[in-house]
Ligand binder design. Structure first.
Ligand code: CUA
Length: 173
C-alpha cells in the first residue's frame, strides 16, 4: 500500500519536473525585462513563505498536542506501584520484584555509575517497555502486567565487559 502511494507520488513529481523542465526549455530564448519579474516572484515567494510557516505551525500544534511524554499508559485514576530501580555495573537494584497480574507499575530508573538501558521483556522475550538509566536523572517507565510469568530485565546499553550479565527477573503471579 505505502509502496504504491510512494510509487504514484514519485511518478507525479517526475512528470511535474518534466513539465517544468520542458516549459523552461521552450521559453529559454524569450527576452523580457528582468526587474518586473523579480518583483512579482518576490511577492509570490513571500506569500508562499508565510503560507508554509502557517501550515507547519498548525501541523506542529496538531501533532504535538497529545505527545505521550511522561503520561502513564494505564487509565487515569490508577495509582501505580512505584518501584525504584538503580542500575550499576553489572546488575540491578530493584526495590520490588514480585507483582500480581493487573498491577500497574511505575519504575523510576536511575544509575549509580554509567548509562545503562532498562528493558522489560515479557515471558516470550518480547520487549514491552524500556527507558534509559542515566546518571543523576530518574526516568520513569510505566507498565501494567496483564499476564503471569517471569519478566526479564536486560540492559539495553553497552556499559562495559559485564553488559551481557546485567539481567534481573520480575515475577508476576
Ligand atoms: Cu548495563 Cu549494559
Amino acid at each position: 500500500m505505502i509502496q504504491t502511494v510512494a510509487w504514484i507520488t514519485s511518478l507525479i513529481f517526475m512528470v511535474l519536473i518534466g513539465v517544468v523542465f520542458g516549459w523552461v526549455a521552450l521559453n529559454s530564448t524569450k527576452k523580457e525585462e528582468y526587474q518586473p519579474i523579480v518583483k512579482k516572484w518576490y511577492k509570490v515567494r513571500k506569500l508562499y513563505g508565510i503560507a508554509l510557516v502557517t501550515f507547519m505551525v498548525l501541523v506542529s500544534i496538531y501533532t504535538l498536542r497529545e505527545l505521550p511524554y511522561n503520561e502513564p499508559v494505564y487509565s487515569a485514576g490508577v495509582e501505580p506501584i512505584v518501584v525504584d530501580v538503580e542500575a550499576l555495573q553489572f546488575g540491578w537494584n530493584i526495590s520490588q520484584t514480585e507483582f500480581e497480574v493487573g498491577d500497574s507499575v511505575e519504575f523510576r530508573v536511575t544509575t549509580a555509575d554509567v548509562t545503562h538501558g532498562f528493558g522489560i521483556y515479557d515471558p516470550e522475550m518480547l520487549l514491552l517497555a524500556q527507558t534509559q538509566a542515566m546518571p543523576e536523572y530518574t526516568n520513569s517507565v510505566y507498565i501494567t502486567f496483564d499476564e503471569a510469568g517471569s519478566y526479564e530485565i536486560l540492559c539495553l546499553e553497552y556499559c562495559g565487559l559485564g553488559h551481557h550479565v546485567m539481567t534481573a527477573t520480575l515475577e508476576v503471579k
